[in-house]
Design a protein around this ligand. Structure first.
Ligand code: ATP
Length: 234
């Protein structure tokens, strides 16, 4: 469904991504793990069209997308739930959800999509009229995910969904990611929370200093000597 082929990404003259290639198959949960500054968010921002690769290609559903505008990518079925959630804090829960379905099919089916989101997150339904800046951290993360789902994506990308959440909520978020896949979506996730991420991922890639250094199944990497030493502290 998504294929990244040999991309290089720069900020000005500074290269941060080096010849990165990976793929995400339909219905998979694929993870990219790596330390702070490895380039995970940069990779994700490149896929969602905010940054352009200087070299290489990105293919989504058979179409080259590395020159496509971000809003078009959303219409094509690619959603990005960014790090730090980026909610409209002055707006209500419901208004934030509506911001996720501004165009096309997603706009026409807005009410159905809202019901879909509320079925995953009953808490958001209860709080639909609450100003989103007053939600708890976990509720805000649910809302960011819900807003991503409002565009009816085929592929949803999560940037550090567990960041800043208490352990019990981290578990909830990973369970929600599994149930999103069960409802027919494909998932790409970048995370520093290596243990729980590998536990839910079908396959994963390790990014170090802007390069892919390892790949394998989630379970395989979870038991790999280097991964255990470098990322799990064992
Ligand atoms: P983290 O988990 O800490 O967010 P990350 O793996 O997502 O890390 P990136 O945010 O992609 O890493 O950053 C990769 C490198 O690019 C870092 O060295 C960072 O300092 C640099 N970088 C990120 N954003 C910019 C920017 N806007 N301008 C210049 N350099 C940047």
């Amino acid at each position: 469904m998504l294929e990244i082929k040999g991309i290089d990404v720069f900020y000005g003259d500074v290269q941060v991504i080096w010849d990165v290639s990976f793929r995400v198959g339909e219905g998979e949960i694929v993870a990219m793990i790596g330390a702070n500054g490895a380039g995970k968010s940069t990779t994700m921002r490149t896929i969602s069209g905010i940054l352009s690769p200087r070299k290489g290609e990105i293919i989504f559903d058979g179409v080259a997308i590395h020159k496509v505008e971000p809003y078009r990518l959303i219409e094509m079925g690619l959603a990005h739930v960014p790090e730090a959630r980026r909610l409209f804090v002055e707006m209500t829960v419901e208004e934030n959800l509506e911001m996720g379905s501004l165009r096309g099919e997603a706009k026409k089916k807005r009410e159905d999509n809202k019901e879909f989101v509320f079925s995953l997150f009953p808490r958001l339904k209860e709080r639909r009229r609450q100003q989103s800046g007053t939600l708890s951290g976990g509720e805000q993360q649910m809302l960011a995910i819900g807003r991503g789902l409002m565009s009816m994506p085929k592929l949803i990308m999560f940037d550090e969904p567990s960041l800043g959440l208490a352990p019990i909520l981290v578990r909830d978020i990973f369970n929600i990611i599994k149930s999103i896949r069960e409802r027919g979506k494909t998932v790409l996730i970048v995370e520093q929370n290596v243990r729980q991420t590998l536990a839910v991922a079908d396959r994963a890639y390790v990014l170090e200093n802007g390069k892919i250094t390892m790949e394998g199944t989630g379970q395989g990497l979870l038991h790999d000597e280097h991964v255990r030493h470098a990322y799990l502290g064992v």
